[in-house]
Design a protein around this ligand. Structure first.
Ligand SMILES: [Zn+2]
Length: 60
């Protein structure tokens, strides 16, 4: 239980660190798969998303 929580926190932190790095590189807000802009509402909902709606849907 605690281990799962710790793992989730780690994933969250990694996602935030990756998002910050992409902001620095000017890549933030663009899909890592197709390069399209990620919808603003999607980013607002979760700033750590790295894929647009279509690519995220295609991979699940
Ligand atoms: Zn995409």
């Amino acid at each position: 239980m605690a281990l799962a929580q710790e793992r989730r926190r780690k994933v969250e932190r990694a996602g935030i660190a990756a998002a910050l790095q992409r902001i620095e590189e000017g890549e933030f807000g663009y899909c890592i798969e197709c390069g399209d802009e990620i919808a603003e509402g999607r980013l607002r909902n979760n700033p750590t998303v790295v894929k647009c709606h279509e690519c995220a849907a295609g991979n699940t």
